[in-house]
Design a protein around this ligand. Structure first.
Ligand code: SIN
Length: 291
């Protein structure tokens, strides 16, 4: 049976993964075609589906760098040591004998405490286990739609405090990631973002929450926690999620501030190597005043 295709795209095949989030892309070869028209079409597909699994690519780190920079400038990454000679690419390596937890196996947003969190994250599958190691996503656009009018009004007045405390330690635990920067300095970073945001390019509203939002500005952690927990529970409904099964040569892109993601720790005994890069995002903009 033919898969349902998004009819609005004809430059390549766009096959939605669920009713609300994610799509598979086939029929594009980014190593040879990352010109402006292809990139513009992929950005339009990403704006609609928020997560894209572009199948059957053949990218080495240098080519990934060229493809990524066609999407926009590097966001910077104050945590990880990049590959030699490629400031914007980090290798995530998991060996068959590794026993520590997998990097990113909790619901999070990448570098959410940066003043401009990366707008797009790209992860390329270089070595992929025969089974396991999927990446799951949930839509913060759907989470925003699920809020009651009263909650929208409340959140419209609040800003979240996003803390980098502990980020260094979590990454150090994997034992395989080179870390750059100063742990003590990073642990002190706290950044304020509006809670109910609109994406400048599309006007789409999303609920900007994640696991590093510790409190609301002007409220204590104890006062904030029940609301944050409620918002996370709202965002983590199965009907807002998609799950991407990896293949070697998949380039996964996501609209970072509009989704949460988690790695799945279920592939002990297998090697997994991915290359990650990020595209500069935007200063978070509050959504229009509540209805
Ligand atoms: C990440 O959390 O950015 C990595 C996700 C993955 O390796 O599946």
């Amino acid at each position: 049976m033919a898969m349902h295709r998004d009819p609005d795209f004809d430059r390549f095949e766009v096959v939605p993964l669920t009713g609300v989030l994610g799509a598979e892309i086939r029929g594009v070869d980014l190593a040879h075609d990352h010109g402006p028209e292809t990139i513009a079409a992929l950005k339009a597909a990403l704006a609609r589906h928020l997560v894209l699994a572009i199948r059957d690519q053949n990218l080495d780190p240098q080519t990934l760098h060229r493809v990524a920079r066609s999407f926009g400038p590097f966001s910077g990454n104050p945590v990880h040591t990049p590959l030699p000679g490629l400031d914007d690419i980090v290798a995530f390596v998991r060996e068959p004998t590794d026993r520590d937890s997998v990097v990113g196996d909790h619901w999070h947003m990448d570098l959410a405490w940066m003043p401009k969190p990366p707008g797009i994250v790209m992860l390329y599958g270089e070595t992929i286990p025969p089974v396991g190691g999927d990446t799951c996503f949930t839509s913060l656009v759907q989470a925003a739609k699920a809020l009651s009018p009263g909650m929208r009004r409340l959140l419209g007045q609040l800003r979240g405090v996003h803390s980098a405390r502990g980020v260094y330690a979590v990454n150090a635990r994997s034992g395989r990631l080179g870390l750059s920067g100063d742990q003590r300095e990073l642990d002190r970073v706290e950044t304020l973002h509006p809670v109910l945001c609109a994406q400048p390019e599309t006007g789409r509203e999303y609920l900007l929450i994640n696991n590093v939002m510790t409190r609301f500005d002007g409220l204590t952690e104890a006062e904030s926690r029940p609301i944050i927990d409620h918002l996370l529970a709202t965002a983590l409904r199965p009907e807002f999620m998609c799950r991407v099964r990896w293949q070697r040569g998949t380039l996964l892109l996501w609209n970072n501030p509009l989704v949460l993601h988690t790695a799945i720790d279920d592939y002990r005994g297998y090697r997994r190597v991915t290359y990650r890069t990020t595209v500069e995002g935007w200063t978070q903009v509050p959504a229009q005043a509540a209805d």
